[in-house]
Design a protein around this ligand. Structure first.
Ligand SMILES: [Zn+2]
Length: 592
C-alpha cells in the first residue's frame, strides 16, 4: 500500500486530493515522501511512522554522535548519498543500516552488493529523510577528509621522490595546483562555512602546521598538518586570491569567492610574515552570518528605542563603537539595510567592503594611492547622497567632514574607536570637533560586544549561587555604587525598580539563570550563534547642557542614569536572565 493510500484510509487525505497527488508524483518521477513533506500533508514523524508500520521495519532515531567513524567505512560516501542509507552500528559483524527507502529494490541490491564485497551481514531499520540528511554529515568529519587528502598527497610526493631534495620551482607549482592541496583547502573552507566559523588561521609552528577556526568568537585549535605542506598551502591561498607567490617577506591582503555547498561565499585573506614563515588568516564572509537583520542584532528595550529613533531622523550622526570584532560593522550594515529604500542614495566608504548590499553604492578606500576616508568623503558629498556610511572616523579631517555632512542634512553612519559610549563625546572633542557642533549632529552613539547565544533546545535553567545573585542585583541597581540615592526599590522587591536600565523591568522572582549544555541541534556546543549586548546614548537637552559646560565621562555616566540607559553589562545580565546567554559570557566580554 502506498503512503497516499494509507493517508486516505486514515482520513488525512480526501480521494480527490490523493488522485491529484498521485498524478503529480507519477509525472514528476519524484518520491512520494518528498512530495508529501514538501506540501506539508503530514509531519515527517507521522509519515515515517506509517511507513514503518506498513513495511514492518522498525523506525529508528539516530544521533550523529552515536555513529562511530569506523562504522562509516562499510558504506562509501557516494553510495550512502545515492541510495540514502547509512551504517549506524556494528555488532558481531552485523551491520545495522538505516534506510530511507528500504522498499526500493535498487537500494536493496546495492546493499547486498556492498555486503558481499565487504564480507559483512546486515540488518535494516528505517530512518527519516531529515535524519539521513543530518547523519550524512558524519562522512564530512574534517579530520577524516583532510587525512584522506593528505594521504593522497603523501602517495604523490613519494611517487615523485621529491621529498629528499627541495622541489624545483616547476615541481612546486605543480604540487600546489595538484588535487590534494586544493582538496585540503576546499575541505578547510567548507568546514569553516558549515561550522559557521568566522575565521581560519593557518599558522606555522616549529613542527606542525596548525589550523585553527574561530567559532562564535572563540579560537579553537582544530588540526595539525605536516609542516612540509606549509609552503604549498600558503601558495594555494595566494593563487586563489591573486597575491604574489614569490613575495613572502611583506604582508599581503586579498580576497576570493568560491562556491561552498551551492552558496557563493567571499573570503578575505591576509598573509603575515612570522619568524617561522607566513601565517595566513582567512575571514569567512558568509552573508547569512554577517548580514544580520536589524531585529536580530540583540538591540532591546531602551537601546532599541534610542537606535530606532536615531535612524528615523532625517539627518544626524550615528556612531557605533567598540573594539575590533565586537560586531559594530554588522550593526552598521543592518542599519544601512533598514535605510536602503527606493528613492534614497546611500553611499559607503569602506575599508574593506565586507558584504555587498543590493542598491547601495559601496566604495573601497585605497589609502595607499591617496583615496582615504577624508578624500572619499569630499567626493561622496558631490554625489548627491542622502545617507553616507564611513568605515571609521580616526582623524580630524574625516571627523570634521562627517560632522559637516550630518549638519547639512545627511544621515552619517560611522564607527569610532572607543571602548564604551562614555568615551564618544570626549573622543570627538579630541578630534577637534567644537562641542556646539556635536549637539545638533550626534543622534546616537552605540557601544557593543558580542557574546554567545545559548541553544534554546538544551539550555539548563538553574538557580544562581548567592554571590552571583547578589552581583546581578548590584549591577542592575548601581545607584549605591555610584553614591546616588536609590529612587526605586531593589530588584526582586515588591515595588517596581527605577533608575539605570531597570526602568519598568521587573526580573522574575526567584531569579533564574541558564547554563550551556549541548545537544544534537547545536552540535554539542551549547551555543548556536552570537548576539550583541549594547549601550546606547541618545542626545538630549540635558546632555547638550552638559557638553557646553565642559564634559566629563562621569557627567555623561550620570546622564545615562538619568536617561534610563542600559550599560552593556546590564543589557547582558538581562539577556542572561532571559536565557539568551550565560552569566559567564557576560563576564567574559565585559570584565576586561
Ligand atoms: Zn543544544
Amino acid at each position: 500500500m502506498t503512503l497516499i493510500q494509507q493517508l486516505v484510509k486514515k482520513g488525512v487525505l480526501d480521494k480527490e486530493k490523493a488522485t491529484s497527488l498521485e498524478f503529480e508524483i507519477k509525472s514528476s518521477g519524484r518520491r512520494e515522501e518528498e512530495v508529501l513533506l514538501e506540501k506539508r500533508i503530514a509531519s515527517e514523524g507521522f509519515l515515517f511512522g506509517l511507513k514503518s508500520e506498513n513495511l514492518k521495519i522498525p523506525l529508528k532515531e539516530v544521533a550523529l554522535e552515536e555513529i562511530p567513524l569506523k562504522t562509516l567505512e562499510f558504506i562509501p560516501e557516494e553510495s550512502a548519498r545515492f541510495y540514502q542509507m547509512i551504517p549506524i552500528s556494528l555488532k558481531d559483524n552485523v551491520l545495522e543500516v538505516g534506510m530511507v527507502y528500504p522498499e526500493d529494490l535498487k537500494v536493496q541490491e546495492a546493499l547486498k552488493f556492498l555486503a558481499r564485497q565487504g564480507k559483512f551481514s546486515y540488518k535494516i531499520c528505517l530512518i527519516s529523510l531529515s535524519d539521513h540528511k543530518n547523519l550524512f554529515k558524519k562522512y564530512r568529519s574534517l579530520k577524516r577528509e583532510v587525512k584522506k587528502a593528505l594521504e593522497e598527497l603523501e602517495v604523490e610526493i613519494q611517487a615523485e621522490k621529491i621529498e629528499k631534495r627541495p622541489p624545483t620551482p616547476a615541481e612546486f607549482e605543480r604540487l600546489v595546483e595538484e588535487a590534494p592541496i586544493s582538496k585540503v583547502m576546499a575541505v578547510l573552507l567548507r568546514h569553516a562555512v558549515e561550522g559557521k566559523a568566522s575565521d581560519i588561521h593557518i599558522e606555522p609552528t616549529k613542527e606542525k602546521l596548525r589550523i585553527r577556526f574561530r567559532l562564535l568568537g572563540i579560537l579553537h585549535s582544530s588540526i595539525l598538518l605536516p609542516i612540509r605542506i606549509h609552503p604549498a598551502v600558503v601558495a594555494r591561498v595566494k593563487i586563489l586570491s591573486n597575491l604574489r607567490i614569490d613575495e613572502t617577506r611583506i604582508p599581503q591582503d586579498g580576497r576570493f569567492t568560491t562556491k561552498v555547498e551551492d552558496k557563493e561565499i567571499d573570503f578575505r585573506v591576509s598573509t603575515f610574515p612570522t619568524t617561522l614563515g607566513e601565517k595566513v588568516a582567512i575571514r569567512v564572509l558568509d552573508p547569512s552570518v554577517g548580514l544580520k537583520p536589524f531585529e536580530k542584532l540583540g538591540l532591546a528595550r531602551k537601546n532599541l528605542e534610542a537606535t530606532e529613533k536615531a535612524i528615523k531622523k532625517p539627518f544626524g550622526l550615528i556612531l557605533a563603537t567598540g573594539p575590533t570584532g565586537c560586531g559594530k560593522t554588522t550593526t552598521l550594515y543592518a542599519m544601512m539595510r533598514r535605510l536602503n529604500k527606493e528613492g534614497v542614495n546611500l553611499v559607503t566608504l569602506e575599508d574593506p567592503v565586507e558584504y555587498f548590499i543590493e542598491g547601495v553604492n559601496q566604495s573601497q578606500v585605497r589609502p595607499e594611492i591617496g583615496y582615504d576616508f577624508a578624500t572619499g568623503l569630499r567626493h561622496v558629498l558631490r554625489q548627491d547622497p542622502d545617507i553616507i556610511m564611513v568605515g571609521e572616523i580616526r582623524d580630524e579631517e574625516t571627523a570634521s567632514l562627517a560632522i559637516h555632512a550630518a549638519l547639512t542634512g545627511h544621515i552619517v553612519l560611522s564607527t569610532l574607536h572607543t571602548t564604551d559610549v562614555l568615551g564618544v563625546i570626549p573622543r570627538l572633542i579630541d578630534l577637534g570637533i567644537r562641542p556646539y557642533l556635536i549637539l545638533p549632529t550626534l543622534s546616537c552613539a552605540i557601544a557593543q560586544r558580542l557574546l554567545r547565544e545559548l541553544c534554546p533546545h538544551c539550555r539548563k535553567k538553574v538557580k544562581p549561587k548567592k554571590e552571583i545573585r547578589d552581583w546581578i542585583l548590584k549591577e542592575l541597581h548601581p545607584h549605591t555604587k555610584r553614591g546616588q540615592s536609590a529612587k526605586g526599590a531593589k530588584i526582586g522587591e515588591a515595588s517596581p525598580p527605577s533608575g539605570v536600565g531597570v526602568k519598568g523591568i521587573k526580573p522574575p522572582k526567584p531569579l533564574y539563570i541558564y547554563q550551556a549544555q549541548g545537544c544534537r541541534k547545536c552540535a554539542d556546543i551549547g551555543f548556536i550563534g552570537q548576539i550583541g549586548i549594547f549601550e546606547a546614548l541618545a542626545m538630549t537637552d540635558e546632555l547638550s547642557d552638559l557638553i557646553l559646560e565642559g564634559v566629563t565621562e562621569k557627567g555623561i555616566a550620570q546622564e545615562m542614569v538619568r536617561q534610563g540607559m542600559l550599560t552593556m553589562k546590564q543589557d547582558g545580565i538581562l539577556k542572561a536572565l532571559d536565557g539568551i546567554t550565560t552569566i559567564e559570557e557576560v563576564l567574559r566580554v565585559t570584565e576586561e
